[in-house]
Design a protein around this ligand. Structure first.
Ligand SMILES: [Zn+2]
Length: 397
């Protein structure tokens, strides 16, 4: 059989071949066609990738814009952000449920970034700065490129507007990932605060001059919010004993998304910090850490009921669970039954449920993490050797 070269020399006109083939005995080598000298350069890749209308391309890759924002927007334009809809389009079957709305819907880029309840709040809060209406975005690629190509964007105010738009998209994406993978609820306020913090950092590091008044006002507002937030955060996080004569139940759930294993644990203590009992239990067929948190709370309350406890203070480190219990957010369909159980038992036990930082819930946290190693539901009495060191919650010794 002839090699391609032999075929070429037989059939191809010699004057054409001489332009492409050399036969002076040099070694074969790779040629990067887009450059004239045949050598690879990132600059040539950049010009290859740039769309014909490069105005928004230049706006996207600008020195004062963090690369992660540029990459996110670029991927949004290419529809390659792995939201549920995009993953499904690639042939991965999954049941989609967004993290951005109290009534979950199917998650698409358009929904998450522009149409969801959270996005709606974010954009309407920023609308006086951006003069942008998320409701008018009917397709993500077009919406993003149209914003970047806006001709009225000039000088400092223009840069800031662009940065704010990009930062908000970035924060929505981060917040969605935290909701999805770390069980932290998405809130518009948090997204806006973080967006404005980034913008402030950019103004300072690039020494932006003549920052327009509406931006200044917005940045100033965030500063207040952050200070308020700081002053409310206690510096030492530690478990606190209940008031005299009261009992306190700490519960926690653990969920490993990779292995699908889940567990829950809890401990009841008196006003001196002595353990009344503790439990740990492995759960099966759960699909979120919130479900594990709810199961653990339900188990803790069940034991209280069976042991004749009549009044109890309860602490969880899951803000989502607390919001579910107190009906600040509506229940996901798969948690309806368990939330119903919890509500009935809470009423029975006159349970007062509060949220504490994770650092004040360390024993329950340990129990929940170790629960997966117990084949059965384990309850330890005060005299039994509980495998955990419940002085953990007593803070650094
Ligand atoms: Zn949503």
């Amino acid at each position: 059989m002839n090699t391609p070269i032999e075929t070429a020399t037989r059939y191809c006109p010699r004057h054409l071949l001489s332009q492409f083939l050399t036969s002076n005995g040099t070694k074969d080598t790779w040629i990067w066609c887009p450059t004239t000298n045949g050598k690879f350069s990132t600059k040539s890749v950049c010009s290859l990738l740039a769309p014909a209308n490069s105005q928004q391309w230049a706006a996207l890759w600008s020195p004062h814009i963090p690369l992660k924002w540029s990459v996110l927007l670029w991927r949004l334009i290419l529809n390659s952000i792995p939201v549920d809809e995009t993953v499904k389009e690639k042939g991965v079957p999954l049941a989609s449920k967004c993290s951005c709305c109290p009534q979950p819907q199917e998650e698409s880029s358009l929904h998450l970034f522009f149409r969801s309840d959270t996005a709606d709040q974010v954009w309407s809060e920023l609308s006086h700065l951006l003069h942008f209406s998320n409701r008018e975005v009917s397709a993500v690629t077009y919406g993003v490129t149209a914003f970047l190509a806006r001709s009225e964007i000039i000088a400092t105010s223009g840069r800031l507007v662009r940065c704010t738009f990009m930062a908000a998209l970035w924060e929505i994406w981060c917040s969605r990932n935290k909701a999805r993978f770390q069980d932290q609820g998405m809130t518009a306020k948090h997204i806006i605060n973080r967006t404005m913090l980034s913008i402030r950092a950019i103004c300072i590091s690039f020494k932006f001059q003549k920052v327009p008044q509406p931006c200044l006002a917005a940045l100033h507002q965030t500063e207040h919010d952050m200070e308020e937030l700081k002053s409310r955060t206690p510096t030492i996080v530690q478990w606190i004993t209940p008031p005299s004569g009261r009992l306190k139940l700490n519960v926690d759930g653990a969920f490993m998304r990779t292995s699908g294993t889940a567990g829950g644990g809890g401990i009841l203590r008196d006003h001196e910090g002595n353990m009344c009992w503790a439990f740990a239990r492995a759960y099966h067929d759960l699909n979120s850490s919130l479900a594990a948190e709810a199961m653990a709370l339900n188990d803790g309350l069940s034991i209280c009921c069976s042991k004749g406890v009549s009044e109890v203070l309860v602490e969880t480190d899951s803000l989502n669970l607390l919001q579910l219990v107190t009906k600040q957010i509506s229940s996901q369909w798969d948690l309806t039954c368990i939330m119903h159980d919890i509500a009935a038992k809470s009423l029975n036990l006159k349970a007062e449920i509060a949220h504490v930082p994770r650092g004040a819930n360390r024993v329950a946290d340990c129990l929940a993490s170790s629960a997966m190693s117990y084949p059965r539901f384990v309850i330890w009495s005060p005299r039994a050797t509980c495998p955990l060191l419940y002085h953990l919650d007593k803070g650094p010794q």
